[in-house]
Design a protein around this ligand. Sequence first.
Ligand code: KDG
Ligand code: MG
Length: 402
Amino acid sequence: MKIVDVRVIVCSPGRNFVTLKIITDQGIYGVGDATLNGREKAVVSYLEDYVVDMLIGKDPQRIEDIWQYLYRGAYWRRGPIGVTALGAVDTALWDIKAKAANMPLYQLLGGRSRDKIMTYTHANGIDLGTTLDEVGKAIELGYQAVRVQSGVPGIASSYGVSKYGEKYEPANAELPTEDVWSTEKYLNYTPKLFAEVRKQYGEDIHLLHDVHHRLTPIEAARLSKELEPYHLFWLEDPVPAENQESLRLIRQHSTTPIAIGEVFNSIHDCRELIQDQLIDYIRTTIVHAGGITHLKRIADFASLYHVKTGFHGATDLSPICMAAALHFDYAIPNFGIQEHMEHSDLMESVFTRSYEFEKGFFTPGEAIGHGADIDEKEAKKYPYKRASLPVNRLEDGTLWNW
Ligand code: KDG
Ligand code: MG
């Protein structure tokens, strides 16, 4: 089998997506998600200017060899741009392999380890009352796990909460908008928020919360400790994790489970976190961490240390990434939970997929390959529009983590 054509498809049905399509001489093709929110065109260039020509003529069945060729062969290792491109190639190649074997992808990964995949959704509200209502709506839809984000009194805009009353979509303007952040106000409010959620909805629902890298280690330790009575499923990205040691301090103070890694691209970004058991869930996902080939390495390594997966699944990851992630979640022994944010009808009009949702749980479907695809004709109707993620400043104007 030979690769005869490679296409990079960019579209913007409500938000930007980059999709890679690899076509073989045997009429089989595979697709992979290559979307990196706010930096989409950099990945397009990486693919079009370098990777596409390198793939033409190669045997798509040699997935590991192609992975090594693009990773070691680049000399410049790791980093979100190159690894996102690599993730898209790898996903498309696994799609091709599963189609050639006439199997759903999860079968190639060892068959299913569970009957259904637990997902969590987002409940976002501008204040306590609307947040509580949103949690109730998620429970009504059947979710057993809900990520709770709320506007904080005294802060004009808060992470995870749309200012416009729409579903949360962070890349909201051509150039970055600026948010103002107060750690003090956030730390004082958040335990009260979770006390109210538990009071209203009881102990059975799993609750999650995303700090989005905004605290220092000791502040994160305080929050984790103060949230202990509300038994969170996880506290996500409590600190930026370039310094993996930071997580040790949080661990020393609290038993709140920690999830981290949606911005990681490599096993080397989480090696200490995993082997020192400083986290409980690893959030690297297919598109940004080198595809199924590299994720398998991370998940197997994590399984040695009782660390489970909890893959990123925001709406800036396309249905193709979601499909591949669900096959992976279905097959591995140390699956924890999968994030799910509903794509809009417009986004879904451009992509097809075979995964199915029922009462808070997903199954990847039985279509061969990973079961997701892009309708190129529909995609053409929605050309690329530059959109940037916001930046964040403290009240005194200091640039802070977004
Ligand atoms: O592109 C950035 C988003 O994917 C991110 O802000 C979403 O933190 C996020 C999450 O946990 O879904
Ligand atoms: Mg997050």
